[in-house]
Design a protein around this ligand. Structure first.
Ligand code: F0G
Length: 458
């Protein structure tokens, strides 16, 4: 593992970071209408908004960029990509898309009708938005521990099998369910993994009800890494072998290739089911482009092929997760409440607890995000009620069980020393956080409001 502190890369290119001061940052966030998405990246010192598309490519990936075959049909880059998906994940058919949500759009257009219910452990927000966009509804079956920041469990992304069973045993529910989506790792509940035993039990249950198991595999390699180090019986298997075993239970997978596959852009659907392939192909051509590029340049597909192989390297995953854990444990030591255990791609700070002087209707986690930017020029993202939006049936604000500030760590970009800087900013916040009293919404969009919302300080 990383006990000897081994960093499995050396740095070949650097990007300078501009240092800002507190006064300047207070002005920047005000001009951004207190929405962290509105801040120019040059004004951010440490950007933990997302681990999506923000990773550093390897020299081998850059080489693939130069080798990109930009033919409209039958490009060599697509052949490489198809081979990498088959080698790493084991699927025969692959449909590329420009990013993960485009793959979600294809799948939901092909299979969803109004009134359907798509159960999952916990859908990511774009997944939920695509389900609702097609007139469907999502329902969550993550285990109870998954919704509690403090409760310890090695696989907090697991599905509550008996709760799902009792839901499906009601015929009125069952007939509305076209498929189940298992998100690995489970982003919205803290980047928490799902165990192999749970995947097996889920697969058995769903087979009994003849419901297909789909997986959202944006962070499949991190999930497999946690299975290797936490689940009995997997220590001697390689991450690659564990990945193949996980995938063997899926009827189809949807992937944002901007996460674990180490791409700056891209997504895909993969399956062994020819009928699905044909159904999804129609919508790929309609929305994304021809089947051998799906909205991506040949060079992107080449870089992704290489990224897929690198994504399952043990040393890469050991270092990556150790950087995230370093941040989480450092914050924990300062008394900052974080979702435990620390997840794969991000540290989730418990906004309800850390900012307990702010009522939930004033968005404590978003307020913490603003305070952290002013304190240290660090950008996180709210994963809480601002993101959850409004109930599509009642129009009321949804207040999920957790209101977190997510600090997502880009892959191969920041070292533990960068994380030490973030920890030191929280040291400052421990004494200044009470100065922030919350935020109110000034303007919001009807879907995925958090991206464009305008706020005022209370
Ligand atoms: N599924 C999961 C689990 C995700 O985390 C994301 C994106 C998507 C699907 C959609 O993929 O962005 O390529 O369209 N998550 C990013 C994040 C945005 O910051 O967690 P996309």
């Amino acid at each position: 593992m990383d006990e000897n502190g081994f960093i499995p890369f050396r740095i070949k290119t650097v990007e300078p970071i501009r240092k800002t001061d507190r006064k300047e940052r207070a002005e920047i966030i005000k001009n951004a209408r207190y929405n962290l998405f509105n801040i120019a990246s040059g004004d951010v010192m440490i950007d933990l908004l997302t681990d999506s598309g923000t990773g550093a490519m390897s020299s081998a990936q850059w080489a693939e960029i130069m080798l990109g075959d930009e033919a409209y049909a039958g490009a060599e880059s697509f052949r490489k990509f198809k081979k990498a998906v088959s080698d790493v994940l084991g699927f025969e058919y692959v449909i590329p898309s420009h990013q993960g949500r485009a793959a979600e759009n294809i799948v939901s257009r092909a299979l969803l009708k109004p009134g359907m219910i798509v159960p999952g452990n916990y859908h990511f927000d774009t997944t939920m938005a695509h389900i609702e966009d097609k007139g469907g509804r999502g329902q969550f079956f993550v285990i109870e521990e998954g919704l509690s920041p403090e409760k310890l469990h090695p696989f907090k992304g697991n599905v509550d099998i008996s709760r799902l069973d009792s839901f499906l045993s009601d015929k009125k529910n069952l007939e509305k369910v076209p498929f189940f989506i298992l998100t690995v790792t489970c982003n919205s509940t803290g980047g928490q993994p799902v165990s192999m035993a749970n995947i097996e039990a889920l697969s058995t249950l769903l087979k009994g009800y003849r419901i297909p198991l789909f997986m959202d595999i944006a962070r499949f390699a991190e999930n497999a890494f946690f299975i290797k180090i936490r689940e009995e019986g997997y220590a001697d298997m390689t991450v690659g072998e564990i990945v193949r075993k996980m995938m063997s239970y899926a009827d189809a997978v949807i992937c944002s290739a901007k996460k674990d596959p180490l791409g700056n852009m891209g997504g895909f659907i993969a399956t062994d089911n020819k009928d699905y392939y044909e159904m999804f192909s129609v919508f790929c051509i309609l929305h994304e482009g021809y089947l051998t590029y799906g909205g991506l340049s040949g060079r992107d597909l080449g870089a992704l092929s290489q990224g897929l192989y690198e994504s399952i390297e043990f040393e890469h995953l050991a270092y990556r997760t150790s950087v995230v854990r370093h941040l989480g444990e450092g914050l924990n030591a300062l008394g900052v409440p974080v979702v435990m255990p620390i997840g794969g791609h991000a540290v989730f700070v418990d906004g309800l607890k850390y900012m307990d002087h702010i009522g939930k209707e004033f968005f404590p986690a978003q307020t913490l995000g603003i305070a952290l930017f002013i304190e240290g020029g660090i950008r996180g993202v709210e994963v809480g009620s601002l993101l959850a939006g409004r109930d599509p049936d009642t129009g009321e604000n949804v207040y999920p069980a957790m209101d977190n500030l997510r600090l997502a760590v880009p892959r191969r970009v920041y070292t533990k020393e960068h994380m030490d800087y973030v920890i030191s900013a929280f040291k400052g916040l421990n004494s200044t956080k009470k100065e922030y009293k919350g935020v109110k919404i000034k303007r919001e969009a009807p879907v995925l409001r958090h991206f464009t919302v305008e706020l005022d300080l209370v």
